[in-house]
Ligand binder design. Structure first.
Ligand code: SIN
Length: 532
């Protein structure tokens, strides 16, 4: 259903490509597309991207060492709990060296070992030290700095404070973007649109994501006719810094897994290991395993956090300055004091279904970064594969979008075809409380069905402003997530059903959600048959 614009000011522009989002994936896509000579505009809600907060690093295998792409793919697929697309994973992992070398060539300052080579650390699920980092634990901030500086030098057209309301699309593909700058309605007519809007952490009361992680791209892509998949796999980071107050913007500081990679251990209030006997990799088990172990210990002891003891980590303050600064704000010194930690929503393993070049099923529509479901992560993302994916698929989608836009011969439709969407909206605090209660680390069928019932009966509104667009996006993403989680009657990866604790091999397939003609969400569960 649509309705006509009602705000007074409407401004129209014609470009070739619109990129939505200014983190690692978006800026990578925009840079490549602009270099191809296309008119590219980048629309950014806020400079507070998720990329900025990434700590651990970028996982990739350098040529010529003892590690191998095969081993990296193997660790990725094992962490992914049977749901990775192995070809996509191999394709993305194989391009890691290229994107990191390109960042270094563009003045990216990564940490170095004494021999001058890039320093490498380890995180959960990795069997090798293959993660490069910057500023100790400020890798994302350095990646963002490098890409932003590069964008300025290249003169990229970046518009800040702009929220995208809709990506209108017809049978032949996207028409452009309908947006708002808070005052006027902006219409960008374009042949291709690259969505790089990040994740959905704001679905939950506590997340490691910034306040703009409101699932915008999920809503935009569903509305445009794209599929989403694997949404039930929300990765909870086991070690977000805990404090008794719920943060105002919902964001809890991360305590990087690399702290455990350098020897820190998870203990409870009695000094007992949290992960002993849970997994052969102990505190460096894949993230879903550790998040469940922490949650189970918190439930068993009736407490709201456990402790990360980093007192044995050499020069912890120097190696992890970001973590140390966050701890100091709570009056703690990680060199002396155990760090209070608890799981928090961290990463959407699923998202808009794309190939390894960011192409969706809608012509001219691309999705990259955390928003996309390429098949790299499956049911549980391997640590530090996210910046890798964003950089690799960002560049590829920029190239693919440029080729598509250059070849597209159809006329770009006029402004009178543009109309606002309508959508269901639940007030954000209510939505966050319900999603946190019913769709966190542990879920069950009755909670998920309750969540679906509330979401699907929320009031319908016209999506004509920034805040309403975010709330509408959170509402539709929560419903898609809850419907998929309800349909996945098993436990796998980051999806743990207390009423279905085992894996069901017939469900070792992605569950897909698509918007039907009537506007409702259709869930497809392609059960495998004849599986032993
Ligand atoms: C971390 O540093 O623990 C987070 C890295 C990631 O999410 O991949």
């Amino acid at each position: 259903m649509t309705t006509s614009p009602t705000t007074s000011g409407v401004r129209d522009e014609r470009v070739d490509i619109v990129v939505v989002g200014g983190g690692a994936a978006g800026l990578s896509a925009a840079r490549v597309a602009a270099r191809a000579g296309l008119r590219v505009v980048v629309l950014v809600k806020s400079a507070d991207t998720a990329t900025r907060y990434a700590q651990g690093g970028i996982a990739y295998v350098a040529t010529g060492g003892a590690d191998s792409v095969d081993a990296h793919v193997e660790d990725t697929v094992v962490a992914g709990a049977g749901l990775c697309d192995v070809d996509a994973a191999r394709s993305i992992v194989s391009s890691g060296a290229d994107v990191v070398e390109s960042l270094v060539a563009r003045s990216g300052r990564f940490d170095r070992a004494v021999d001058g080579a890039l320093a490498r650390t380890r995180e959960g699920g990795h069997h090798a030290r293959r993660i490069v980092h910057a500023g100790g634990d400020a890798t994302g901030a350095e990646v963002q700095r490098t890409l932003t500086a590069d964008a300025q030098v290249a003169g990229l057209d970046i518009r800040s404070g702009v929220t995208v309301l809709r990506v209108p699309a017809g049978p032949y593909g996207v028409h452009g973007v309908l947006a708002t700058d808070g005052t006027d309605t902006l219409v960008f007519h374009a042949r291709a649109v690259v969505l790089a809007t990040g994740g959905l952490g704001q679905l939950y009361t506590c997340s490691t994501n910034p306040s703009g992680a409101t699932a915008d791209g999920i809503a935009l892509a569903l509305d445009a006719g794209a599929d989403v998949a694997d949404l039930e796999f929300v990765q909870f980071h086991p070690t977000a810094l805990y404090s008794p107050e719920v943060p105002v913007d919902g964001r809890r500081p991360l305590v990087s897994e690399a702290v455990r990679g350098e020897g820190a251990v998870l203990i409870d209030m009695h000094g007992e290991s949290v992960t002993a006997g849970v997994h052969p990799l102990g505190d460096l088990a894949p993230r879903d395993v550790v998040a469940r172990a922490v949650t189970a210990r918190m439930h068993a002891l009736g407490v709201d956090h456990v402790l990360l003891d980093a007192t044995g980590v050499e020069r912890v303050g120097e190696r992890f300055p970001t973590v140390t600064a966050s701890c100091r704000e709570l009056g703690l010194d990680p060199a002396r004091d155990p760090i209070p930690v608890a799981p928090a929503a961290h990463y959407a393993c699923g998202g808009v279904v794309t190939d390894a070049h960011g192409r969706t099923c809608v012509p001219g529509l691309y999705a990259v970064g955390e928003l996309a479901r390429t098949g790299l992560h499956g049911g549980n993302r391997l640590a530090s594969n996210s910046l890798l994916e964003g950089l690799v698929t960002g560049e590829r989608a920029g190239r693919a979008a440029a080729e598509f836009a250059a070849a597209a011969s159809r006329a770009v439709p006029g402004g009178d075809e543009i109309a606002f969407a309508t959508a269901r909206v639940l007030p954000r605090p209510v939505l966050q409380a319900l999603t946190t209660a019913y769709a966190s680390v542990l879920r069950d069928g009755s909670g998920l069905d309750e969540l679906v019932a509330v979401l699907s009966s929320a009031d319908t509104v016209t999506v004509d402003g920034a805040r309403i667009a975010e709330d509408a996006a959170l509402t539709v993403a929560a419903e898609a997530l809850a419907r998929a989680a309800s349909a996945r009657t098993e436990s796998r990866g980051a999806h743990t059903r207390t009423d279905h604790p085992d894996r069901d091999d017939e469900l070792c397939v992605p569950i897909t959600v698509r918007r039907s003609e009537s506007g409702e969400l259709d869930v497809t569960v392609p059960r495998l048959t004849g599986v032993d």
